[in-house]
Design a protein around this ligand. Structure first.
Ligand SMILES: [Zn+2]
Length: 550
């Protein structure tokens, strides 16, 4: 005990009482807004009709605090999610951007996340340049067109205050073209692919598939730019073997060899033109026929295509289903549904200038690539992208005199919601779930627990997150995996252990996870959106009431 008396217990929050460094900042200029009172207007705006020149377009106002509470509580984002899913065939489309010429030239056309953020008044930052930030400002940047960090700074922010973050991932299990994809078999032109992530590969058979992704294009002046491409017509197919040639498939299971039996059918070699082109390009990395289709889509010459990075995609549009249209049938729900709910919650929680007026924290969304393969990449959650951004924000607002102490205090005040889809109980496989933890569709976000830290949820973080739901009359559910089964994981533990940030793991319940065609409940999407928006708007006040050691 004697030794203990020599140590003073420090409260992180009292190391530097509210700094006066930021007092020189004044309120941000209010954003001009346009009303988007119905979904049709909103969708038309987002689909690109009416916004040719982004610089003349006022930021879009979604659902602000000024909306009547009944309108807001009834507002559904599901149709917008369907639009987002149908636009976002790849992680690039979900996140990225199309540039004209060099990377420094103006933005010509944005893809979904960026388009929505710019429309909502968020300013695009470049990680390669100095940032100028101010309280009340809204900002974002992307990396590799597949990870994104967006944030809005509270007007009352002072150094050491926290970041309130929702993090999700933009990638999904899929098939990706090999660097040399062209092959020929038995008179067919085939396309060879790599498997990405832990997909349910049998679901990719007999689907109408196509290609989408990023292409590096050589310009006339010798410079290179990247272009997003999406070929909407069914272009590829992996046929299953007929039952007559595989009599035991229904009893022994379908176990395709992923190297030799998952190649995609592009064309027959019977066509004269295909034959000629195929012969001429027999040593080419990709079939000439495929490259011609790509160049037609891009409006360039085949010779100008310097490199391609393409995913195989299902062409069937995302849609509502079920007798009451209560389900969402779509690919990539894991985890674009979470990404979209997080983005919309941030945009709508900062829609009006008043939204940030009394905010002491920084509201943030962080979307990462490569979660499905472990997150260890430049654009994955294993890279320090988000924490570097936090340091830069603090340095920027504190005029670079803050030091590590400011960052450490900010982290201790921060809270991370790791949002990733959850396993709803399957009616035909009920026993796969622990008997008291069987999340069902349409019953709210699932809080994920794991004693072995496969999820980062703690008693404190689950309490805080559920408290938000309770004060907004939103349902939640709990999930824990059976002791006799392995547990999945998320970016939650990676980020939580990176710098010691309080984290809760949660997600929308779904079925058919990692199938080419997944299912979730429409109601859950709206509940997640409301829960996330409430997190941004009320976490500061709820956190202030917490008197515990965390
Ligand atoms: Zn996921």
């Amino acid at each position: 005990m004697a030794a203990v008396t020599r140590f003073h217990l420090l409260q992180p929050s009292t190391l530097l009482k509210s700094s006066s460094i930021l007092s020189k900042y004044h309120h941000a200029t209010p954003f001009f807004t346009i009303s988007a009172n119905n979904n049709t207007d909103l969708r038309q705006f987002r689909r690109g009709r009416g916004y040719r020149n982004l610089s003349t377009i006022p930021p879009l106002r979604c659902n602000s605090e000024n909306s009547s509470s009944s309108t807001e509580s009834n507002h559904s984002i599901v149709s917008d999610l369907l639009d987002y899913l149908n636009e976002s065939w790849t992680h690039f489309h979900a996140t990225g951007i199309k540039f004209s010429g060099s990377l420094r030239l103006c933005i010509l056309r944005m893809t979904e996340a960026k388009r929505q953020l710019v429309a909502a008044g968020f300013h695009l930052l470049n990680e390669n340049e100095d940032w100028e930030l101010k309280p009340g400002g809204r900002y974002f940047f992307t990396r590799n067109m597949s990870s994104l960090v967006a944030f809005a700074i509270g007007e009352k922010y002072s150094i050491g205050n926290g970041f309130h973050v929702i993090a999700a991932h933009t990638d999904s299990p899929c098939l990706k073209l090999k660097p040399k994809s062209a092959s020929s078999k038995s008179g067919y032109l085939m396309v060879n692919v790599q498997t990405y992530g832990g997909g349910l590969w049998h679901t990719w058979f007999d689907r109408d598939l196509s290609l989408a992704g990023r292409v590096i294009v050589r310009a006339e002046d010798g410079s290179f730019s990247h272009k997003l491409v999406k070929i909407k017509r069914p272009l590829l197919r992996v046929p299953t073997l007929a039952i007559h040639l595989d009599r035991t498939v229904n009893t022994d299971g379908f176990k395709p060899n992923l190297e030799t039996q998952l190649n995609l059918l592009l064309a027959t070699e019977a066509d004269k033109i295909s034959n000629e082109k195929s012969d001429a390009s027999s040593k080419a990395a990709h079939h000439q026929l495929l490259m011609q289709i790509l160049s037609d889509e891009l409006g360039c010459q085949v010779e100008d295509i310097a490199n391609i990075e393409l995913n195989v995609c299902d062409t069937q549009p995302s849609c509502l289903g079920g007798a009451n249209d209560e389900f969402i049938f779509s690919g990539r729900l894991d985890n674009l549904a979470s990404s979209f709910c997080a983005l919309r919650a941030l945009i709508d929680a900062c829609a009006s200038p008043d939204d940030l007026l009394n905010e002491h924290a920084i509201r943030m969304v962080a979307l990462f690539d490569n979660e499905e393969v472990g997150s260890n990449s430049c654009q994955g959650a294993g890279a320090p992208t988000m924490f570097e951004a936090m340091r830069r924000i603090i340095d920027c607002l504190g005029q670079k005199i803050v030091g590590e102490c400011g960052f450490a205090r900010a982290i201790r005040h921060s809270f991370l919601v790791s949002a990733d889809m959850a396993h709803g109980v399957h009616p035909n496989f009920v026993d796969k779930h622990e008997e008291n933890h069987r999340p069902v569709l349409q019953k709210g976000l699932v809080i994920k627990h794991n004693a072995n830290q496969r999820y980062a949820t703690s008693g404190i973080t689950s309490f805080l997150f559920k408290e938000i739901a309770e004060t907004h009359n939103l349902p939640t559910q709990e999930f824990v995996v059976r002791n006799d089964m392995g547990c999945g994981s998320t970016i939650g533990p990676i980020l939580a252990s990176g710098v010691g940030i309080r984290t809760v793991d949660c997600g929308i319940a779904q079925l058919s996870m990692h199938s080419v065609r997944e299912i979730c409940g429409k109601e859950d999407v709206d509940i997640a959106y409301k829960h996330f928006k409430a997190f941004y708007r009320t976490f500061s006040s709820i956190d202030r009431k917490l008197k515990v050691d965390f």
